[in-house]
Design a protein around this ligand. Sequence first.
Ligand SMILES: Nc1nc2c(c(=O)[nH]1)N[C@H]1C(S)=C(S)[C@@H](COP(=O)(O)O)O[C@H]1N2
Ligand SMILES: [Mo]
Length: 300
Amino acid sequence: MNNEEKERHTFDGMEPVVKSVSVKKPQSFFGERPLTAIEMAPRVLRYQSRRDFLVFGAGALAALAGAGFVLPQQTLSRMGMPRNMDSPGKEWFLNKALRIDDDVAEALYSGTRRVPTYTKSQITSLKNNYNGATPDPSYISGWNLTLSGLASGLSISLDIRNLLTRFSVHEQITRLVCVEGWSGIAWWAGLKFDDLLRAYPPMSQAKWARVESSVNLDASGNPDPYFMSLDLATARHPQTLLATHVNGQPLTVDHGAPLRLLVPVKLGLKNVKAITSITYVAEEPRDYWAERGYSRYDGI
Ligand SMILES: Nc1nc2c(c(=O)[nH]1)N[C@H]1C(S)=C(S)[C@@H](COP(=O)(O)O)O[C@H]1N2
Ligand SMILES: [Mo]
């Protein structure tokens, strides 16, 4: 099944109801990229977004399960729920449900789907969303990016000059969407993650990248490395950049100087600022926010 077909695939033997039509426009640097128009059959119009669709599907299980804990014991027994399900059990169940939602979202992911791009007049301000303290700029002078888990079996270190001279620069104006409910449109430039993967191929078993910022701090200013899991299909997505510039200027410390991940098909929290290492691994690596109860997939 190719990706296009995967996106159209529906559950429970329903007829395919979503049809993608690509509108081709001449591509200019800052012009809108082709958008995907989605047509839906009337009977599925009530599932207006993929999110709603998911909620209706696997998410409904989670909602039911969650609601179960506020229902009277009698009702619970009737529904076949164990008595006095304790808190860890409840958490286990809800995590399991979140995991199902993640897996469904992942199954629907299309590597060819692009997020919308904008024009310069649509650029908005960007918040500095370091969750803890913003790192002191002193880390920048000694900064380099360490790559490991490579096919060569070696670890390599690249400085910003290596990155900017060896790779071509791509630009895009995209929206960064934070899970906290705000978003910002900015003009980003940097190298394609895909180009880095081609230049330094990961070991053959690798399916994931662990993207880390070792200079990240907690709210009290103590070291608190930020690490994030990214599947290699998403790393190879044509809009996934390792950004060096924003709005025509080198990145500031607030926005992740000198190199940050810009993965607009994912929520802001996957867009790691001040990256210091990328490690390719076979198994899904740990993820800072997934460990704190958030989803690990974080697609938008
Ligand atoms: N190293 C690091 N990267 C990070 C974060 C962070 O706390 N530390 N926050 C993430 C979150 S939650 C968001 S929404 C975006 C915000 O990017 P911005 O601060 O450039 O707007 O950065 C992401 N990258
Ligand atoms: Mo965020």
